[in-house]
Design a protein around this ligand. Structure first.
Ligand code: GLY
Length: 603
């Protein structure tokens, strides 16, 4: 597997009308693929998917549709869709240019690690999960603006892209079963501030299925953003309301407003255009998110480690032995070992590249990869060391994938971190604020809410972006045509879910729906156990699990589900397949074909 890392580092966005720069261009020079017959949008909410599809129908391109879909998610999917959070997008243009857009939240300029310690000097995790110290400077409004500026078609204005979201916020929509379920979570209800409770728990009860949710304050914020651009969010009344809300939330916390976002933090927020990471696996070009996400690096490392192993004969052998999908226990063992090594690198080396030099080229170098590959034996090699509790099941964040008829793709993942973020709703703004600062390794070696352990590379510092697992990914074929647009929510399980679906598509040659429905595993180096989804018939074969145990693999079957993959796949003859993971309530839409019915929550 060859790896290229495009360009030296981040390109600061200096000019909003910038076109995709030459330094961001993909390595492929041939763009002669079969024309795509229809565009598609996939997201975690049917109303949002419908909004994106309507933008494609009106002549918008993939970037236009992605902006409109993301804005609609802010309204209809407040669990994770957001103005008060951040995210990443991979853009893969029909002309072969690629770009990574980083609109990750930043730590406030007055932050300091000691603000998160209790009287004994021990890290108090609650402070990075709820309350004002949990909140990073939001990146989504500026990120979506820049997505439109950099890659929009020019046929639809910024405000036209926000109109559907404004209408949904002002006129309301019927609460769906997933929102109703998530509002019933006790951890969510307990975190909500008074403003949030007034909107989502009228009369003290969570909104139920079918009740109308109108969000006039959010409609006003979106209207200001539509008419003023990012100034309408990062300055003026919305910014004042945001800072005031944090002040209210801060009452009772020691240290006045130290460590909390102020007007200067908002005014100074910047989006970064970054050269994406590019790797080659199976004769295809994989375009992935660079740091401060760990997603692209981990995915490309695992693919590179696997690439030197006899995968084809392993799949054929497993099928001959009766494992119909071809994912036999030795291949699963290799995957687990490769994940263990890549996640160990994540913990040690990865963080915000503006603050810590992430050795990207080293981590993807043939020597580094080969060393890891040859260290894989027939036996499991879990790290010896302090045992870390298994991560709390979590499935926050949201992903949307778009492909237009011209062949432009946008893969966009965005997050508030926890469900509804910090639970702090800006009363006059009508939007939730994130709790993204929990993604820092505030005290090295202590796990965050996902059980992830980090080092100095991901320590908290003023203005720094916390390390992420978000993995928006696009795969091009040898001719340069986009074949896959993919991503997922799910904390660190974003990485493993995205990777496994892509491997099932390209290595096992499964059809998209089957690849998404198939059971998943999750391994993140610490803890040593690999978790396996156990969902009735959608579980790994007992013979596979038995074989892994014989190899010494610590494994645990869990009833929860891992991630929620939103993907678009293009067949060799240009047919579009689009699928939203039935683990959650999303919907896939294809131009001229309408949208798929969302799955219902279990029980
Ligand atoms: N907050 C989830 C992530 O960034 O990975």
């Amino acid at each position: 597997m060859n790896m290229t890392v495009q360009g030296p580092g981040a390109l600061r966005v200096a000019c909003l009308s910038l076109v995709l720069c030459a330094a961001c261009a993909g390595g492929l020079a041939r763009f002669e693929g079969t024309p795509i017959k229809r565009g598609a949008v996939v997201s975690e909410n049917a109303l949002a998917t419908r909004v994106g599809l309507a933008i494609l129908d009106r002549g918008g391109n993939a970037a236009d549709a992605a902006v409109a879909t993301a804005m609609a998610l802010c309204v209809v999917y407040p669990q994770a869709g957001n103005l008060g959070g951040g995210g990443f997008a991979i853009l893969a243009n029909a002309d072969g240019k690629n770009l990574a857009l980083d609109f990750r939240e930043r730590a406030p300029l007055s932050t300091a690690a000691e603000l998160y310690l209790d009287d004994q000097g021990v890290f108090d995790r609650q402070l990075s999960i709820q309350g004002p110290l949990a909140v990073g400077v939001p990146g989504s409004p500026l990120g979506l603006w820049e997505l439109h500026q950099v890659a929009g078609s020019g046929r639809l204005s910024w405000s036209q892209l926000l109109d559907p979201a404004i209408t949904l916020a002002r006129e309301g929509f019927a609460v769906d079963p997933w929102l109703a379920r998530d509002l019933r979570r006790t951890t969510v209800a307990g975190r909500m501030n008074a403003a949030a409770r007034a909107v989502f728990y009228p009369g003290g009860e969570p909104l139920g299925v079918g009740q109308m949710l109108r969000q006039p304050a959010l409609a006003r914020t979106l209207s200001l953003l539509a008419s003023e651009g990012p100034r309408g969010f990062y300055g003026g009344p919305v910014a004042e309301a945001l800072v005031a809300e944090l002040g209210r939330a801060h009452s009772g916390v020691e240290g006045a407003m130290r460590g909390v976002i102020d007007a200067a933090d908002l005014a100074l927020y910047e989006v970064q255009q970054r050269p994406p990471l590019v790797g080659y696996f199976g004769g295809r070009e994989w375009i992935a998110m660079p740091p401060p996400s760990s997603g692209g690096l981990v995915i490309l490392q695992v693919l590179a480690i696997l690439d030197g192993l006899p995968l084809g004969s392993e799949v054929a052998g497993a099928r001959a032995a009766g494992v119909t999908d071809g994912l036999g226990e030795r291949l699963v063992h290799w995957l687990i070992e490769a994940l263990r090594m890549a996640f160990a690198d994540r913990a040690e080396h990865m963080g915000d590249p503006e603050f810590h030099e992430v050795p990207v080229e080293l981590l993807l170098s043939p020597a580094w990869i080969a060393e890891r590959r040859v260290s894989i034996t027939d036996r499991a090699q879990p790290e010896i060391g302090p045992w870390v509790p298994a991560p709390v099941e979590s499935s926050q964040t949201t992903h949307l994938s778009v492909l237009d008829r011209a062949g432009n793709a946008v893969s966009l993942t965005t997050t508030l971190n926890g469900w509804f973020g910090s639970g702090i709703l800006v009363e006059e703004g009508g939007f939730f604020l994130n709790n993204e600062l929990d993604d820092f390794a505030i005290q090295a070696g202590v796990p965050n809410q996902f059980g992830l352990v980090g080092s100095e590379a991901n320590s908290i510092q003023p203005g720094k972006r916390p390390l992420s697992s978000m993995s928006p990914t696009v795969v091009r074929d040898a001719g340069g045509s986009v074949r896959l647009v993919i991503g997922s929510p799910g904390g660190p399980r974003i990485i493993t879910a995205t990777l496994q679906v892509a491997l099932r598509l390209f290595l096992l040659e499964q059809e998209l729906g089957a690849a998404i429905r198939a059971p998943r595993l999750h391994q993140q180096w610490s803890p040593a156990e690999t978790l396996f989804e156990a969902r009735g018939t959608l579980s790994f074969l007992p013979s596979v699990l038995a074989g892994l145990r014989e190899r010494g693999q610590p494994i645990e079957e869990v009833e929860g589900s891992f991630g929620s993959v939103q993907a678009i796949f293009v067949t060799a003859d240009g047919e579009i397949r689009a699928s939203s993971d039935p683990r959650r309530g999303g919907s896939a839409g294809i131009e001229g074909r309408g949208i798929s019915a969302p799955a219902l929550p279990p029980n």
